[in-house]
Design a binder for this molecule. Structure first.
Ligand code: SAH
Length: 196
């Protein structure tokens, strides 16, 4: 029944920005995610120099891991503070530029060009702006999307992926009657129907 009550719950953009302002970011993993390490081979599948997408990226340290392995990283995140902290905490120099196609959006790009982080709402992106990806790391992304936007999010992600790409999705299995988050419960059956 609580899955039902979650369906209408919404976390607004303003609430996310406020979490970053307050440093209320318990979701951030300083050490990176063990599941990415575990399934790295599935993501890369023997390929090098991949374009890898991080939806709702926060300041995920995995972006630095994969960039250091020679891959090209594109992330999207509404909080500019998160993105600036990412570059600062890894000592990566960057520059900022506007994104002509999206009013108010900015792209923060490492000087060496291998990490491009869009500061905007993910729903403003399209394949004509960021092109398509060989891989995606979806952690704290599908589960953070408001339930009413899930299908829209998945449809967008599908248009951003190349044929033969790999999409690693991390969700959390728990009893939604006992725990409220993080922040939304996505059952496996729904993952199957969303992605088809
Ligand atoms: N994937 C990251 C962050 C997970 S928390 C990690 O693993 O640490 C979800 C993040 O998505 C937050 O930083 C929030 O600010 C951002 N966010 C939420 N809705 C968004 C949207 N519609 N577009 C872009 N970013 C969004």
């Amino acid at each position: 029944s609580d899955i039902g009550s979650q369906k209408d719950r919404v976390v607004t953009e303003a609430e996310w920005l406020q979490k970053w302002e307050m440093g209320n970011i318990g979701f951030h993993k300083e050490q990176g995610h063990p599941l990415l390490q575990k399934y790295l081979d599935v993501l890369l599948n023997g390929r090098s120099g991949l374009r890898i997408f991080f939806p709702l990226c926060g300041k995920a340290v995995e972006m630095k891991w994969l960039a250091d392995m020679g891959h090209y990283i594109v992330g999207v995140e509404v909080s500019e503070k998160a993105l600036k902290e990412f570059f600062a905490e890894h000592g990566v120099p960057y520059h900022e530029e506007p994104v002509p196609e999206i009013s108010g959006a900015k792209k923060l790009q490492s000087t060496s060009g291998n990490i491009s982080l869009y500061c905007c709402n993910i729903y403003d992106l399209s394949s004509s702006i960021v092109a398509q990806f060989d891989g995606a790391w979806d952690r704290g992304a599908l589960v953070a999307v408001n339930p009413c936007d899930r299908q829209r999010y998945v449809n967008l992600m599908i248009t951003l992926m190349k044929k033969n790409s790999s999409y690693l999705l991390a969700t959390v299995s728990y009893d939604p009657n006992k725990h409220k988050g993080p922040p939304f419960y996505v059952p496996e059956s729904e993952i199957k129907s969303l992605f088809g």
